[in-house]
Design a protein around this ligand. Structure first.
Ligand code: HEM
Ligand SMILES: [Cu+2]
Length: 640
């Protein structure tokens, strides 16, 4: 069993030894070979934000075009390309990966572990994400951007109506990036079940960990559907199969079913970790434990399940049998119950606590208000006759931006203010943060609220212009001006990050007085995260267990990695069972370039398919196979 002891005043094993075991090679080689979850997590976040700002620029172009009737900022064709790239980037290249990035950075720290369960797989999933993003964005250089909307419905996207390679960047890119999401999810699940600090039972998991667990299971069941949808679309497009061609026995509705079987859960895949962030931030600044922990966990899991039963609400206008539609309408309404449970738990936490209005907390409260409105319009469009009126109008554009931009992006900004001090050791400027929040909050609502009204006034989505005499002029102008305000608000945070990174106030280990384990180690954490593994006896270790007890290394394989000896030998403890009992010692792999090699091989394979050159694809497969073999070979290696 674990031996407990007070934190040791003097380390019996030299820091130098620990450092030598964990330091990445300096400079460029270390950059390409690292398997450290913290470096990878931050990379994920930075890369995702690059796509966020790129997609934001596209949105501003669209709004410039729509500010006045009959404008010529963008042509009709370019407008199609821009909304497709905007939506695709936001969902596939920003929202999903940025959450995976926070998960990567935070999970091992919150679990009290030294890394993820599969560190090399972690590096691999990042490289796949980066390369698939470059793949999709390289369409800019060819001048043939995807233009079929972010859901690429057939038959519009078949080669008959969309010749050229525009759509192939999308179809192949979606299959490509799905690899990253899926292996990432497997990693989160195994890490949560096998790498918890001793004593961290499932009902002591931080809610953010729970949310990443639900995220991961949902990814594993949902992403195959979109991979199949986009994959079959590409088979139709490249190899001439007829899956989606009704003239040859195919079905266009099949595409919609497959797409939305992923597409609806996807919005909850994004929303659930965002709520997980909120459930960490609100208690920290209410100075009180989260109200209704078990209720919240139950709600997260329930939302995960229900969200797989509602995809047809995106297909209400397709003429499916009314009985089926009523079923999906009812289930869609049902999802408000667990969402409401979470909402009341957050309110109760603040109600009973002492709220400090820091910047992360402002973003959390802003989220609550926006989510309330996005939820209400969600209930509205779940009602069949209402949906038939507003489908494909600006009302829907307003609704999904309230959910995606409001209820996901606001928590992510809150999370940046909350965890930046941990990641860099420096505080973000609170004053600037608050200005950024208010600019974003006001800009957001003035941008997206009037879109509801434009929808009622009959403005369809995905139109590149409109005539001046239908009564949409002033609202469109307001929306476009406000979108610039919102964008300016996000830039203020970017500037804040830049400034603080270079010289912000020092943060210390636990600047917010929070309760979870990431705050137990220094900011930024050392490469090995924890010198000795913390031992958990409470849901709020840093509030209830002062000083935090740590484990000592034992002589056997089960406990060897727990203490300083584990840190010096680059190992982590594998734990299991309800109480996270230590079971074995797990050597953390050394840095390696193989994940990058495999990812490059896969990238070349997709490029081969895109340009339809067999040789390129074959070279890709060859590189991939070599990388994979070398990787499997190294797995058998004894730790040095
Ligand atoms: C500055 C903030 C933003 C502005 C001004 C903006 C604006 C727009 C505009 C003008 C459209 C095209 C509407 C149409 O013609 O039908 C659009 C579509 C879309 N936006 Fe945004 N957006 C913003 C942020 C976001 C964020 C943060 C997300 C997701 C995280 C997002 C997701 C989408 C999606 C999925 C579409 C649908 C694309 C399609 O119809 O295929 N947007 N947005
Ligand atoms: Cu949905």
């Amino acid at each position: 069993m674990t031996t407990l002891q007070e934190p040791e005043p003097v380390a019996p094993i030299s820091e130098e030894l620990v450092e030598r075991a964990w330091k990445d090679a300096p400079g460029i080689p270390g950059f390409f070979t690292t398997v450290d979850h913290k470096r990878i997590g931050i990379r994920y976040i930075v890369t995702a934000f690059f796509f966020f700002f790129s997609a934001g620029v596209l949105a501003l172009f669209m709004r410039a075009q729509l500010a006045q009737p009959n404008s010529h900022v963008l042509s009709a064709e370019t407008y199609n390309e821009f909304f497709t790239m905007h939506g695709t980037s936001m969902i596939f290249l920003f929202n999903t990966p940025v959450l995976a990035g926070f998960g990567n950075y935070l999970l091992p720290l919150q679990l009290g572990s030294r890394d993820m369960a599969f560190p090399r797989l972690n590096a691999f999933s990042y490289w796949i994400f980066l390369l698939s993003g470059i793949f999709i964005y390289s369409s800019f250089f060819t001048g043939h951007l995807p233009n079929g909307g972010w859901f690429a419905y057939t038959p519009l996207t078949s080669t008959n109506f969309s010749p050229g390679i525009n759509l192939d960047f999308w179809g192949l890119g979606v299959v490509f990036v799905g690899i990253s999401t899926t292996v990432g999810a497997v990693n989160f699940i195994v890490t949560t079940f096998k790498m918890r600090a001793p004593g961290m039972t499932l009902n002591r998991l931080p809610i953010f960990v729970w949310s990443m667990l639900v995220f991961s299971f949902m990814v594993i069941f949902a992403v195959p559907a979109v991979t199949v949808a986009a994959g079959l679309l590409e088979l139709d497009r490249i190899f001439g199969t007829q899956f989606f061609n009704p003239a040859h026995g195919g079905s266009t509705l099949l595409y919609q079913h497959l797409f939305w079987f992923w597409g609806h859960p996807e919005v909850y895949i994004l929303f659930i970790p965002a709520t997980g962030m909120i459930s960490m931030i609100i208690p920290a600044f209410s100075r009180r434990a989260l109200a209704g922990y078990l209720w919240i966990v139950t709600a997260l899991v329930t939302i995960g399940f229900i969200s797989f039963g509602v995809w047809v609400h995106h297909m209400f206008a397709t003429g499916l049998p009314p009985l089926a539609l009523s079923f999906f309408s009812a289930v869609s309404l049902l999802i408000t119950v667990p969402s409401g449970v979470q909402f009341f738990a957050w309110i109760a936490t603040m109600w009973k606590g002492k709220v400090r209005l820091t910047t992360p907390m402002l973003f959390a409260i802003g989220f609550l208000l926006i989510f309330l409105l996005g939820g209400i319009t969600g209930v509205m469009v779940a009602v069949l006759p209402f949906d038939w009126q507003v489908t494909d109008s600006y009302f829907v554009v307003a609704h999904f931006h309230y959910v995606l931009n409001g209820a996901v992006v606001f928590p992510i900004f809150g999370a940046i203010y909350y965890w930046f001090p941990k990641m860099t050791g420096r505080m973000l400027d609170e004053h600037l943060g608050k200005i950024s929040f208010w600019t974003m909050f006001i800009g957001f609502n003035v941008t997206f609220f009037p879109m509801h009204i434009l929808g009622f006034l009959g403005m369809p989505r995905r139109v590149y212009t409109y005539s001046g005499d239908v009564g949409w002029n002033s609202l469109n102008m307001i929306v476009s001006l406000a979108s610039v305000v919102f964008a300016a608000g996000t830039l203020l945070t970017l500037w804040n990050v830049w400034r603080s990174y270079r010289g912000g106030a020092l943060a210390g280990a636990d600047p917010w007085g929070a309760d979870s384990l990431e705050w137990a180690t220094t900011s930024p954490p050392p490469d090995n995260n924890f010198d000795a593994t913390p031992v958990v006896a409470s849901r709020h270790p840093l509030w209830d267990q002062r000083p935090l007890p740590v484990a000592r290394s034992g002589p056997d394989d089960a406990t060897h990695a727990l203490g300083l000896e584990g840190a010096a030998s680059r190992t982590a403890a594998l734990t299991g069972g309800m109480r996270a009992e230590p079971g074995a010692t797990f050597p953390i792999p050394e840095e390696t370039v193989l994940p990058l090699v495999l990812a490059l091989g896969i990238a070349a394979f997709f490029v081969g398919l895109l340009v339809k050159v067999v040789l390129v694809g074959a070279v890709g497969v060859a590189i991939g196979v070599i990388g994979l073999l070398a990787w499997a070979w190294k797995t058998g290696e004894e730790p040095s």
